[in-house]
Ligand binder design. Sequence first.
Ligand code: HEM
Length: 165
Amino acid sequence: MPIVETLAEIAKPWARFYSKSDVAQTLVMFTHLAGMLGGGGVAIAADRAMWKARTATDEVRARLLADVEAAHRPVLTGIAMAGVSGVLMTAADVETYVPSLLWWGKMAAFALLLINGAWLQSMERRAQRAPATLSSAWPRLSLASKFSYALWFAVVLGGVLLMNA
Ligand code: HEM
């Protein structure tokens, strides 16, 4: 597959350095797992609080939305750490990962996680601007939070399966 060979050629200097450097491998994998733990941990806690609030008062929901808004920065930082380190690990062995259906499956789950996250954030912002719509908006917010929760675990499963690729 010419594209794989081209990418492998471009990534060769990094792949050669990475394969010989335990420090680089440790730092990159640590960044990957730290991004998952830090960003994913905050994200799934917020997701759980969102769907737990389906029976809460609008006052409690409004306070929760303010808390969840403050959670976006650590979540996006974690996703960026996992993303950049993921690209570096993929570049270190293009011939294994890019042709792998498992890798593409994980990338699809990662893309869905980002799309669902953008949808969730846009609904949260809309609900914050119009508190009177909180009750009608909450079922969709709760559903998107459950998708987010499941997608984080799907990406992690994809990652662990990749380890054995
Ligand atoms: C939220 C995003 C992500 C999470 C939570 C995540 C999670 C994981 C986990 C748990 C592992 C297994 C680590 C282990 O068993 O030691 C892993 C491995 C891996 N991930 Fe990710 N990942 C994410 C995003 C990405 C992205 C965007 C890419 C590629 C662009 C990627 C590429 C990889 C690769 C190549 C491995 C295997 C590394 C190896 O075999 O040494 N990951 N990931």
